[in-house]
Design a binder for this molecule. Sequence first.
Ligand SMILES: Nc1ncnc2c1ncn2[C@@H]1O[C@H](COP(=O)(O)OP(=O)(O)OP(=O)(O)O)[C@@H](O)[C@H]1O
Ligand SMILES: [Mg+2]
Length: 371
Amino acid sequence: MSKEKTKNFLRVGFTYNIKKEVEQEAVQSTIEENNREKFIDTNLAENYSNRLSDVYAEWDDEETISAVEAAIKKAGHEVIRIEADENAFEKLRLNRPDIVFNMAEGFGGASRESHIPAMLEMLNIPYTASDPITIGNCHDKSRCKEILTYHGVPNPGFFTTDTIVNGQPKVKFPAFVKPLHEGSSKGIYNSCVVNDKKELNREITRIKQDYDQYSIIEDFLDGREFTVALLGNGDKVQVLPIVEINLDGLPADFPKIYSYEVKWFFDTRENKLDIFTCPADISDKLKGKIETICKNAYRALRIKDWARMDVRCDSKDEPYIIEINPLPGILPNPDDNSCFPKAAREVGMDYDALIQTVLNGAIERYGLNAK
Ligand SMILES: Nc1ncnc2c1ncn2[C@@H]1O[C@H](COP(=O)(O)OP(=O)(O)OP(=O)(O)O)[C@@H](O)[C@H]1O
Ligand SMILES: [Mg+2]
């Protein structure tokens, strides 16, 4: 299908960051050493940094990278792999692909996800997904919320700081504390839900120490949680079936959040967490509200080709945008709980079709199929 759509086959550069083997082994041995019960009893926020660095948590593994590469090849294109390391610019400059499929999360600094798109912009090479401004704005959770607020898209009240709070905090308790510019739930542990100023300052101090960055402190939304995959551009933006993350399925003494320990330790291929429902069992009214705020957020941030948005309701079932991922995670194996591919499968779009749809969206945006 995609072969017919793209009249000519292209030289597609493919930019990514690959998890280092040593890190994968560390994750594996940590999972083996620590059974699920042990995690329930452990204060991970305190112990975690001694056990395992989460520095590569956002990066992809070979299985995902090969699956994306295969999907692009199946559409008839040539694929040029370009690891998003310090040599990436030179490789892009010399190879000059017709277009780049970008899924590089980057390394180092708050703008790390923008590095590759910025290089591509400078080299005038077309690429999939959002531009460096949008990606940078989404990766800074407060900048993202400022834009959403300007455009009237609901999101939880917040303030940011990198020093402890002495006066009256600008949010009510319970509040939620998280690093300002991390993803993949890095730095998000059970301890992030804080009930008083002492706990708040403990978390601000931890985030400053472990991540050398500001904290964003938000009103804690205690309602249902969803994640929403969107595809396309302009009038053709498609909201895929909404995934609910059923936080009630977590251990009873866990706070209701989709934390690092839940994402990376509880939910493994061997021990799959049964907390995802797609399509979410929600009223048409709530579905309509969620779709509307997500589409408005997509437009407000000027997202291109695809993004996944996390949404949470307050106690009155009103949905708010929690955060936006313009480079969504896409694990290919259905045994892994990866929400974008899961939502795509629900409309009959398999992994190859999903990757090809994203690529074709960018090809169309740049008018490459008309050449
Ligand atoms: N204001 C909030 N109120 C309630 N829960 C929240 C709030 N902010 C975050 N959470 C919880 O923490 C989880 C992780 O937060 P968030 O999505 O901001 O982190 P992330 O690391 O960017 O996630 P991802 O892995 O999707 O990139 C959310 O899925 C949600 O369960
Ligand atoms: Mg999230």
